[in-house]
Write a protein that binds this ligand. Sequence first.
Ligand SMILES: [Zn+2]
Length: 88
Amino acid sequence: MPYDVTITKRETGESRSYTHPSEWTDNYIWCEGNYACDCNRAQFFAECVGEDDPNILCSDNLYTVSIAVDGKVVYEDDTQTAESPAAA
Ligand SMILES: [Zn+2]
């Protein structure tokens, strides 16, 4: 079943939502995978309102997401704090 994604831009507090066409399996891609990265989140955030992909640099703290399947929240960044990569 497709799932609903709400992306919030931390800087402005603005939230946008869209329906992600893939099947929900687990939170890996949002938590650890490609969609945990702000470059992808920024693209989704822009596409929600038909804007172009801003092509921002990779980072991991500019956007937060909340994901719901069939109206039930299955993943939220704020409740599963992202691990900060250790400064090498
Ligand atoms: Zn990236």
